[in-house]
Design a protein around this ligand. Structure first.
Ligand SMILES: C[S@@+](CC[C@H](N)C(=O)[O-])C[C@H]1O[C@@H](n2cnc3c(N)ncnc32)[C@H](O)[C@@H]1O
Ligand SMILES: C[S@@+](CC[C@H](N)C(=O)[O-])C[C@H]1O[C@@H](n2cnc3c(N)ncnc32)[C@H](O)[C@@H]1O
Ligand code: SF4
Length: 426
């Protein structure tokens, strides 16, 4: 139940450490040792206490521990971290508390402690069920290790589990994507995220594949997840040597590098359409561009971002938006260990607020409510975007539901949402 007297707040905690860096990843994370992780957590707990004092008028509705690899935390570290949150903030009793969990980094005992400490949703970064694809991505785990962890999580009492998958991987065929999708859905997780691999600048994959996917990263950049997630690049170590670059599955290899080629555009499209069909057939409703859930299991924390509700991000590089103030912590670890000053702060003007409302709202299949829009901005969406909306409605990409007063993408609009959304920049 929401706290009547306090405003709802989403709390994000960043844990910036991984066993090693995956070749495609530009999230803020780097390898670490035990001492470094412990020192960071001491600092994070201190930040929780310091910031908590300023947020006594709020109640934590959702909590999300992301990374990096938060499951590198011991049971005791996680328990202390969550106890600190409960001491420093008001928390809603039935809130969604998610933690990202990397296959190959956890076990049954630890998962039980996480559950007892208050985590009630797990998000597994599986990416693929194909060990060869996992190897090229630079993942540290196999599909089998994921399965073991997944079963252990169910036994530990987790009844709300997400699995992250990625398509359009090096060497991936539509058949192998189909296989990954089917195997993941067969486990009946409550939630599935299916992303298309983005070749991010500055990553080892950029060196290997940057030319093949030029332009793609730019489009994604405009429509970032509410500003959260894609800022702050970590230093990326050189490509580790491969023991063997042989492949026995007939993959097309990139000349010189020994890495398989990316699927061509047609295969990528096919994979995308397969995702929708296979997941729909198995009872997963798409509620956002890349997110699918059983009814009632949509990720509340991410919905806070897309609906532009207040959220506070703590830890290295974490992003926040409270009121129309957007701010984030430094991405420089040595600075973070010394002071908690915000490094980027801006007040969003009306234009930016309107653009964001459209970008983030339209990503969700529910779309944007004209009523809510009017209450916020004092005029109808039609006043501002009339021409564009009419054009895309007549072309069948957008639909306006008169009765509900909501503007949303049609299915074909969702397929090209990135391109259409750029027209909503004022
Ligand atoms: C920031 S990661 C953290 C999750 C966890 N550390 C893991 O990798 O298992 C969250 C998710 O973003 C997705 N992701 C990361 N890099 C991506 C990229 N370059 N393109 C598309 N999706 C990406 C992956 O599916 C990943 O599970
Ligand atoms: C890409 S999403 C994946 C969510 C997952 N599919 C799910 O349903 O739970 C999560 C990642 O976004 C990033 N992230 C989310 N909120 C953030 C915030 N407020 N500040 C900084 N990074 C954030 C973190 O790297 C986190 O691991
Ligand atoms: S994808 Fe996940 S595990 Fe891999 S480097 Fe990025 S945050 Fe770490």
């Amino acid at each position: 139940m929401a706290d009547m007297n306090r405003g709802p707040l989403g709390l994000y905690l960043h844990f910036p450490f991984c066993v090693r860096k995956c070749r495609y990843c530009d999230f803020l994370s780097f390898p670490s040792d035990e001492a470094g992780r412990e020192a960071y957590l001491q600092r994070l707990k201190k930040e929780i206490i310091v910031r908590g004092e300023k947020y006594q008028d709020y109640s934590i509705e959702t909590l999300f521990i992301g990374g990096g690899t938060p499951s590198l935390m011991t049971g005791q570290q996680l328990t202390e971290l969550l106890d600190t949150v409960r001491t420093a903030f008001h928390v809603s009793p039935s809130g969604e508390w998610t933690m990202e969990c990397n296959p190959g980094t956890t076990d049954a005992e630890t998962l039980k402690i996480y559950r007892a400490a208050g985590i009630n949703r797990l998000s597994f970064g599986l990416q693929s069920m194909n060990d060869e694809e996992l190897k090229y991505l630079g993942r540290i785990h196999t599909a089998k290790q994921f399965l073991d962890n997944y079963q252990a999580a169910r036994k530990a009492g987790f009844e709300n589990i997400n699995i992250d998958l990625m398509s359009a991987l090096p060497g991936q065929t539509t058949d192998s994507w189909l296989d990954t999708l089917k195997k993941a859905a067969a486990l009946e997780p409550e939630h599935l995220s299916a992303y298309s691999l983005i070749i991010e600048e500055g990553t080892p994959f950029w060196k290997l594949y940057g030319d093949d996917r030029s332009g793609e990263a730019d489009v994604e950049g405009i429509i970032a997840d509410g500003g959260a997630g894609r800022q702050g690049k970590a230093a990326i170590p050189a490509l580790p040597d491969e023991d063997s670059r042989e492949t026995d599955s007939g993959l097309v290899m990139k000349e010189k590098t020994g890495f398989p080629a990316l699927p061509d555009e047609d295969s990528e499209r096919e994979m995308y359409h397969l995702t929708k069909r296979i997941l729909a057939e198995r009872g997963y409703e798409r509620y956002e561009v890349s997110n699918y859930a059983r009814k009632g299991f949509e990720c509340h924390h991410n919905l806070m971002y897309w609906r532009r509700k207040d959220y506070l991000g703590l830890g290295l590089g974490a992003a926040s938006m409270v009121g129309e103030r957007r701010f984030s912590n430094t991405s420089d670890i040595s600075r973070y260990m010394q002071d908690f000053a915000y490094c980027q702060e801006e007040i969003l003007d009306r234009k930016a607020q309107i653009e964001e409302t459209m970008f983030l709202g339209l990503r969700c299949t529910l779309g944007v409510s004209d009523q809510t829009f009017k209450e916020k901005f004092g005029e109808s969406m039609m006043n501002i975007y009339g021409d564009i909306i009419r054009q895309y409605v007549s072309e069948g990409f957008l639909t306006y539901h008169e009765e509900k007063g909501r503007l949303a993408f049609t299915e074909s609009g969702m397929d090209v949402s990135n391109w259409i959304l750029s027209d909503f920049l004022l």
